[in-house]
Ligand binder design. Sequence first.
Ligand code: HEM
Ligand code: HEM
Length: 206
Amino acid sequence: MGRRMMNDDTRYGIVAIVLHWLIAISVIGLYAVGTIMEDMKPSLQQFELYQLHKSFGICVLLLTALRLVWRLANPQPSLPPKMPGWQKMAAKATHWGFYALLLAAPLAGWAMVSASSLNIPTVIFGLFTLPHIEVIAASTDKQMMEGLFEDLHGLAADSLLVLLVAHVGAALYHHIKLHDSVLLKMLPLSEAAFQERLENERKTHS
Ligand code: HEM
Ligand code: HEM
Protein backbone atom coordinates (compact mmCIF):
# COMPACT_ATOMS: atom_id res chain seq x y z
CA MET A 1 0.00 0.00 0.00
CA GLY A 2 1.40 3.40 -0.96
CA ARG A 3 1.91 6.25 1.45
CA ARG A 4 -1.16 8.47 1.63
CA MET A 5 -1.17 11.61 -0.52
CA MET A 6 -3.62 13.52 1.66
CA ASN A 7 -3.31 14.57 5.30
CA ASP A 8 -5.50 12.84 7.83
CA ASP A 9 -6.38 13.64 11.42
CA THR A 10 -3.12 12.18 12.79
CA ARG A 11 -0.38 13.05 10.28
CA TYR A 12 0.61 14.92 7.13
CA GLY A 13 0.35 13.19 3.76
CA ILE A 14 3.28 12.87 1.38
CA VAL A 15 2.42 15.99 -0.65
CA ALA A 16 2.41 18.27 2.41
CA ILE A 17 5.62 16.64 3.66
CA VAL A 18 7.47 17.11 0.36
CA LEU A 19 6.31 20.74 0.12
CA HIS A 20 7.30 21.45 3.75
CA TRP A 21 10.85 20.14 3.35
CA LEU A 22 11.45 21.53 -0.16
CA ILE A 23 10.48 24.98 1.07
CA ALA A 24 12.42 24.63 4.34
CA ILE A 25 15.66 23.65 2.56
CA SER A 26 15.17 26.39 -0.04
CA VAL A 27 14.59 29.11 2.57
CA ILE A 28 17.68 28.15 4.58
CA GLY A 29 19.77 28.06 1.38
CA LEU A 30 18.29 31.38 0.18
CA TYR A 31 19.14 33.05 3.45
CA ALA A 32 22.74 31.84 3.31
CA VAL A 33 23.25 32.64 -0.38
CA GLY A 34 21.53 36.04 -0.01
CA THR A 35 23.90 37.03 2.77
CA ILE A 36 27.00 35.72 0.98
CA MET A 37 26.26 37.19 -2.46
CA GLU A 38 25.65 40.64 -1.04
CA ASP A 39 29.14 40.78 0.42
CA MET A 40 30.90 39.62 -2.76
CA LYS A 41 32.68 41.98 -5.08
CA PRO A 42 31.06 42.43 -8.48
CA SER A 43 32.02 39.43 -10.62
CA LEU A 44 30.49 36.81 -12.88
CA GLN A 45 30.16 34.48 -9.88
CA GLN A 46 28.27 37.14 -7.97
CA PHE A 47 25.98 37.74 -10.93
CA GLU A 48 25.27 34.02 -11.22
CA LEU A 49 24.56 33.69 -7.49
CA TYR A 50 22.06 36.55 -7.75
CA GLN A 51 20.32 34.77 -10.63
CA LEU A 52 20.26 31.50 -8.70
CA HIS A 53 18.96 33.28 -5.59
CA LYS A 54 16.19 34.92 -7.58
CA SER A 55 15.27 31.64 -9.33
CA PHE A 56 14.98 29.64 -6.11
CA GLY A 57 13.19 32.56 -4.46
CA ILE A 58 10.50 32.56 -7.14
CA CYS A 59 10.20 28.77 -6.72
CA VAL A 60 9.45 29.33 -3.03
CA LEU A 61 6.73 31.81 -4.00
CA LEU A 62 5.09 29.30 -6.36
CA LEU A 63 5.50 26.33 -4.00
CA THR A 64 3.97 28.35 -1.17
CA ALA A 65 0.93 29.25 -3.28
CA LEU A 66 0.55 25.55 -4.12
CA ARG A 67 1.02 24.64 -0.47
CA LEU A 68 -1.72 27.01 0.68
CA VAL A 69 -4.16 25.59 -1.86
CA TRP A 70 -3.24 22.07 -0.76
CA ARG A 71 -3.69 23.02 2.87
CA LEU A 72 -7.20 24.33 2.24
CA ALA A 73 -8.11 21.08 0.47
CA ASN A 74 -6.81 18.88 3.33
CA PRO A 75 -7.72 18.16 6.93
CA GLN A 76 -5.24 19.46 9.54
CA PRO A 77 -3.57 16.80 11.68
CA SER A 78 -4.49 17.49 15.29
CA LEU A 79 -2.00 18.50 17.96
CA PRO A 80 -1.45 16.31 21.05
CA PRO A 81 -4.66 16.49 23.15
CA LYS A 82 -2.84 17.49 26.33
CA MET A 83 -1.01 20.42 24.76
CA PRO A 84 -1.87 23.67 26.60
CA GLY A 85 -4.09 26.12 24.71
CA TRP A 86 -1.46 28.85 24.59
CA GLN A 87 1.00 26.50 22.92
CA LYS A 88 -1.55 25.51 20.30
CA MET A 89 -2.13 29.20 19.64
CA ALA A 90 1.61 29.87 19.46
CA ALA A 91 1.98 27.04 16.93
CA LYS A 92 -0.87 28.44 14.83
CA ALA A 93 0.55 31.96 14.95
CA THR A 94 3.98 30.67 13.91
CA HIS A 95 2.53 28.74 10.99
CA TRP A 96 0.49 31.67 9.67
CA GLY A 97 3.45 33.97 10.24
CA PHE A 98 5.52 31.59 8.11
CA TYR A 99 2.95 31.60 5.31
CA ALA A 100 2.78 35.42 5.31
CA LEU A 101 6.58 35.71 5.21
CA LEU A 102 6.99 32.95 2.60
CA LEU A 103 4.89 35.15 0.31
CA ALA A 104 6.22 38.54 1.47
CA ALA A 105 9.95 37.74 1.17
CA PRO A 106 9.95 36.68 -2.50
CA LEU A 107 7.37 39.33 -3.46
CA ALA A 108 9.52 42.06 -1.87
CA GLY A 109 12.55 40.62 -3.72
CA TRP A 110 10.69 40.71 -7.02
CA ALA A 111 9.49 44.26 -6.30
CA MET A 112 13.06 45.31 -5.43
CA VAL A 113 14.56 44.08 -8.69
CA SER A 114 11.62 45.62 -10.58
CA ALA A 115 12.43 49.02 -9.03
CA SER A 116 16.19 48.78 -9.58
CA SER A 117 17.68 51.46 -11.82
CA LEU A 118 20.21 48.83 -13.00
CA ASN A 119 17.28 47.11 -14.71
CA ILE A 120 18.91 43.64 -14.57
CA PRO A 121 16.60 40.92 -15.90
CA THR A 122 15.69 37.95 -13.71
CA VAL A 123 16.37 34.83 -15.78
CA ILE A 124 14.82 31.82 -14.06
CA PHE A 125 17.39 28.99 -14.09
CA GLY A 126 18.72 30.41 -17.37
CA LEU A 127 15.49 29.35 -19.06
CA PHE A 128 13.20 32.35 -19.35
CA THR A 129 12.95 35.93 -18.18
CA LEU A 130 10.64 36.85 -15.35
CA PRO A 131 9.06 40.18 -16.26
CA HIS A 132 9.49 43.10 -13.88
CA ILE A 133 6.38 44.14 -11.96
CA GLU A 134 5.09 46.72 -14.43
CA VAL A 135 3.58 49.31 -12.06
CA ILE A 136 6.83 49.41 -10.11
CA ALA A 137 9.16 49.44 -13.11
CA ALA A 138 7.14 52.29 -14.66
CA SER A 139 6.92 54.35 -11.49
CA THR A 140 8.62 57.74 -11.24
CA ASP A 141 9.78 57.07 -7.72
CA LYS A 142 11.82 53.93 -8.31
CA GLN A 143 14.78 54.88 -6.18
CA MET A 144 12.65 55.29 -3.08
CA MET A 145 10.83 52.03 -3.85
CA GLU A 146 14.00 50.07 -4.37
CA GLY A 147 15.23 51.09 -0.93
CA LEU A 148 11.87 50.38 0.65
CA PHE A 149 11.53 46.90 -0.86
CA GLU A 150 15.14 46.10 -0.08
CA ASP A 151 14.46 46.89 3.58
CA LEU A 152 11.24 44.88 3.53
CA HIS A 153 13.02 41.97 1.86
CA GLY A 154 15.72 41.91 4.51
CA LEU A 155 13.14 42.28 7.29
CA ALA A 156 11.01 39.42 5.94
CA ALA A 157 14.08 37.18 5.60
CA ASP A 158 15.27 37.97 9.12
CA SER A 159 11.78 37.37 10.51
CA LEU A 160 11.71 33.97 8.79
CA LEU A 161 14.92 33.12 10.61
CA VAL A 162 13.50 34.19 13.99
CA LEU A 163 10.38 32.06 13.47
CA LEU A 164 12.57 29.17 12.35
CA VAL A 165 14.49 29.19 15.63
CA ALA A 166 11.26 29.05 17.65
CA HIS A 167 9.74 26.45 15.29
CA VAL A 168 12.73 24.09 15.38
CA GLY A 169 13.06 24.56 19.14
CA ALA A 170 9.43 23.55 19.59
CA ALA A 171 9.70 20.58 17.19
CA LEU A 172 12.77 19.22 18.99
CA TYR A 173 11.23 19.83 22.41
CA HIS A 174 8.19 17.77 21.43
CA HIS A 175 10.29 15.01 19.98
CA ILE A 176 13.07 14.68 22.54
CA LYS A 177 11.42 15.85 25.73
CA LEU A 178 7.73 15.02 25.32
CA HIS A 179 8.16 11.93 23.09
CA ASP A 180 4.99 12.78 21.20
CA SER A 181 4.15 12.49 17.49
CA VAL A 182 4.58 16.18 16.52
CA LEU A 183 7.86 15.85 14.60
CA LEU A 184 7.18 12.39 13.20
CA LYS A 185 3.95 13.43 11.53
CA MET A 186 6.02 15.73 9.29
CA LEU A 187 8.45 12.93 8.35
CA PRO A 188 7.94 10.28 5.64
CA LEU A 189 7.85 7.37 8.11
CA SER A 190 6.22 3.99 7.68
CA GLU A 191 2.76 3.64 9.16
CA ALA A 192 4.03 1.12 11.74
CA ALA A 193 6.78 3.37 13.09
CA PHE A 194 4.37 6.25 13.31
CA GLN A 195 1.62 4.30 15.05
CA GLU A 196 4.08 3.16 17.69
CA ARG A 197 4.91 6.75 18.57
CA LEU A 198 1.26 7.77 18.50
CA GLU A 199 0.48 4.94 20.90
CA ASN A 200 3.20 6.23 23.22
CA GLU A 201 1.74 9.75 23.04
CA ARG A 202 -1.69 8.43 24.00
CA LYS A 203 -0.32 6.40 26.90
CA THR A 204 1.85 9.09 28.46
CA HIS A 205 -0.39 12.07 27.85
CA SER A 206 -3.86 10.90 28.72
C1 HEM B 1 11.87 33.08 0.46
C2 HEM B 1 12.55 33.72 -0.47
C3 HEM B 1 13.77 34.57 -0.21
C4 HEM B 1 14.59 34.68 0.90
C5 HEM B 1 14.48 33.94 2.23
C6 HEM B 1 15.60 35.67 0.58
C7 HEM B 1 16.62 36.06 1.44
C8 HEM B 1 17.56 37.05 1.18
C9 HEM B 1 18.58 37.50 2.09
C10 HEM B 1 18.80 36.99 3.51
C11 HEM B 1 19.29 38.47 1.47
C12 HEM B 1 20.44 39.29 2.05
C13 HEM B 1 19.84 40.56 2.58
C14 HEM B 1 20.76 41.36 3.41
O1 HEM B 1 21.77 40.85 3.88
O2 HEM B 1 20.44 42.56 3.60
C15 HEM B 1 18.73 38.64 0.16
C16 HEM B 1 19.18 39.56 -0.78
C17 HEM B 1 18.62 39.72 -2.02
N1 HEM B 1 17.53 39.05 -2.55
FE1 HEM B 1 16.48 37.59 -1.63
N2 HEM B 1 15.39 36.12 -0.70
C18 HEM B 1 14.29 35.49 -1.21
C19 HEM B 1 13.73 35.68 -2.48
C20 HEM B 1 14.17 36.58 -3.41
C21 HEM B 1 13.57 36.82 -4.72
C22 HEM B 1 12.35 36.09 -5.27
C23 HEM B 1 14.29 37.80 -5.32
C24 HEM B 1 14.09 38.45 -6.68
C25 HEM B 1 13.34 37.99 -7.67
C26 HEM B 1 15.35 38.17 -4.42
C27 HEM B 1 16.32 39.14 -4.69
C28 HEM B 1 17.31 39.53 -3.82
C29 HEM B 1 18.28 40.56 -4.14
C30 HEM B 1 18.37 41.35 -5.45
C31 HEM B 1 19.10 40.69 -3.01
C32 HEM B 1 20.27 41.65 -2.82
C33 HEM B 1 19.72 42.83 -2.06
C34 HEM B 1 20.63 44.00 -2.09
O3 HEM B 1 21.32 44.21 -3.08
O4 HEM B 1 20.60 44.71 -1.09
N3 HEM B 1 15.25 37.43 -3.27
N4 HEM B 1 17.66 37.77 0.01
C1 HEM C 1 12.43 27.83 7.01
C2 HEM C 1 12.12 26.57 7.28
C3 HEM C 1 10.73 26.12 7.67
C4 HEM C 1 9.52 26.66 7.37
C5 HEM C 1 9.23 27.91 6.53
C6 HEM C 1 8.50 25.83 8.00
C7 HEM C 1 7.14 26.06 7.92
C8 HEM C 1 6.16 25.28 8.47
C9 HEM C 1 4.75 25.53 8.38
C10 HEM C 1 4.11 26.70 7.64
C11 HEM C 1 4.11 24.52 9.05
C12 HEM C 1 2.59 24.35 9.21
C13 HEM C 1 2.09 23.33 8.23
C14 HEM C 1 0.59 23.36 8.12
O1 HEM C 1 -0.07 22.70 8.91
O2 HEM C 1 0.08 24.06 7.24
C15 HEM C 1 5.11 23.63 9.57
C16 HEM C 1 4.88 22.49 10.31
C17 HEM C 1 5.85 21.73 10.90
N1 HEM C 1 7.24 21.91 10.77
FE1 HEM C 1 8.17 23.34 9.74
N2 HEM C 1 9.12 24.81 8.67
C18 HEM C 1 10.48 24.94 8.49
C19 HEM C 1 11.48 24.12 9.01
C20 HEM C 1 11.26 23.06 9.86
C21 HEM C 1 12.28 22.26 10.49
C22 HEM C 1 13.79 22.46 10.30
C23 HEM C 1 11.64 21.32 11.26
C24 HEM C 1 12.20 20.23 12.15
C25 HEM C 1 13.24 20.36 12.94
C26 HEM C 1 10.22 21.53 11.11
C27 HEM C 1 9.23 20.77 11.71
C28 HEM C 1 7.87 20.95 11.54
C29 HEM C 1 6.85 20.11 12.18
C30 HEM C 1 7.13 18.96 13.12
C31 HEM C 1 5.60 20.60 11.77
C32 HEM C 1 4.21 20.08 12.19
C33 HEM C 1 3.74 20.93 13.34
C34 HEM C 1 2.29 20.73 13.70
O3 HEM C 1 1.70 19.70 13.41
O4 HEM C 1 1.73 21.66 14.27
N3 HEM C 1 10.01 22.60 10.26
N4 HEM C 1 6.36 24.13 9.21
